[in-house]
Design a binder for this molecule. Structure first.
Ligand code: AMP
Length: 408
């Protein structure tokens, strides 16, 4: 991504950092590649692990993988460092999956996400879902649908799984080719299959939501009440199972309605109360989400808001100096030290070339020092966004004048 295009990306990650840190989440930076087993343990029967992992042996014969997602690494770090709970972290970075590249689906893609470990409180699910919701609003993705489901837990899932297996066995010949061959390992994935045959065949399948145990039902009711209380609108989607094996109870997804429905998953997550234990740590509940940065940017673009997302990048001032260059050097430094974004031309360019550079830079103000201004110890301030507006001030007052004009 070239600097000209990365403004919205930078704005998006900055918005996410602000929202996560305002809620007590701290930045975690995990390695880009780890022992293959770290990722295998989170979902041996899922496509992400079975088919899409970039794994390789290094020169020491270690079997490693580029991370296909971050939750596994966060849980590995939690088990290794044992921070006090509840432990809340956020992340931003690249993931890698060997998929067929297409619009909105890449082999290297970026995610931002949060994970909260050590509390089974349904209000934490509400906090997590709400932070994702707030993020989409903050970056200008307004056409987002929140889908919500509960997958039960170790208590009620086995009985439901048997019901589903029986149903799928009865309807085996109606399933898509892949699932006719195998579904026993992970029957829930059939509910999530996008092939028309499976979609039709599972329309009458039993749903976990109708078979929750009392504790899971109470948990889900509290999550729903919390979202209602915060005014967050959601749709119950009983077929939402998500790609990874480790989810329990609450699962959710944010769908971008401005995008083509085949690739409109902007992000999603859920509760994973068994994952820390399954990865060899002490039994610890957890909940989190991962949001696709590339997909979210596509959604913001489809809604025509990409430019405003990149506005934080804009220069405040461009110094145009055709009186020797001392002012360009010193005034730019003064402006930057005062917290403004400032740039200048180099190589003693002509006034015309410098004004052109100032326009192209997107700066709000041009600060002009020609021989006359230099002789009088002055600077001309030209508003590049409102043509014709020009004023001359003493060189010593120029930083304060910029502050007043820009309102910060
Ligand atoms: P997942 O980790 O599969 O739950 O994905 C969470 C989000 O990451 C999805 O909703 C997408 O927005 C994004 N994502 C997943 N895989 C890809 C990919 N190959 N290319 C671009 N974005 C992706």
């Amino acid at each position: 991504m070239m600097p000209a295009d990365s403004g919205p990306w930078e704005g998006l990650v900055a918005a996410f950092a602000r929202i996560a840190e305002a809620a007590g989440y701290g930045l975690i930076i995990t390695p880009t590649f780890e022992d293959l087993a770290v990722f295998q343990r989170v979902g041996a029967s899922t496509d992400v692990v079975r088919k899409e992992m970039y794994d390789f042996k290094d020169k020491g014969g270690r079997h490693l993988a580029l991370r296909p997602e971050v939750t596994a690494s966060v849980v590995r770090a939690f088990i290794q460092h044992r921070p006090p709970v509840p432990w809340k972290s956020w992340y931003a970075g690249s993931n890698f999956r060997y998929e067929r590249p297409q619009a909105g689906r890449y082999r290297e893609f970026r995610q931002v996400g949060i994970e909260a470990l050590g509390s089974a409180d349904p209000d934490l699910d509400v906090e997590v879902v709400a932070l994702g919701w707030e993020f989409y609003a903050a970056v200008g993705a307004s056409r987002v649908e929140l889908l919500l489901n509960s997958l039960g837990d170790g208590n009620c899932r086995p009985a439901y799984r048997s019901l589903l297996l029986a149903y799928l066995n009865d309807h085996r010949s109606e399933l898509c080719e892949e699932h006719q061959g195998r579904f026993e390992e992970n029957p829930l994935r059939v509910l999530d299959c996008k092939k028309p045959a499976c979609k039709e065949a599972v329309a009458g399948a039993p749903r976990q939501l109708d078979h929750l145990c009392d504790d899971c039902a109470a948990h889900f009711a509290r999550v729903r009440a919390g979202l209602d209380s915060l005014g967050i609108v959601y749709t119950i989607d009983t077929s939402l199972v998500r790609g990874l094996d480790y989810y329990t109870r609450t699962t959710f997804e944010y769908a971008g309605l401005a995008l083509d429905s085949a690739q409109n998953g902007l992000g999603g997550g859920g509760r994973y109360d068994g994952l820390v234990g399954a990865m060899g740590g002490p039994e610890t509940p957890g909940v989190g989400f991962a949001l696709g940065v590339d997909r979210t940017l596509l959604a913001v673009q489809a809604e025509g808001r990409l430019e405003s997302l990149g506005e934080g990048r804009q220069l405040d001032a461009f110094v145009v100096d055709f009186a020797g260059g001392d002012s360009a050097r010193d005034l730019t430094a003064r402006l930057r030290a005062a917290g403004f974004k400032a740039d200048r031309a180099f190589d003693g360019r002509s006034p015309k070339a410098q004004f052109k550079a100032a326009d192209r830079s997107g700066a709000r103000l041009a600060l002009v020092i020609g021989p006359d201004e230099a002789a009088r110890g002055q600077v001309a301030i030209k508003d590049l966004k409102q043509s014709g507006d020009q004023e001359t001030v003493a060189a010593s007052d120029v930083v304060e004048e910029v502050r007043q004009r820009l309102g910060h």
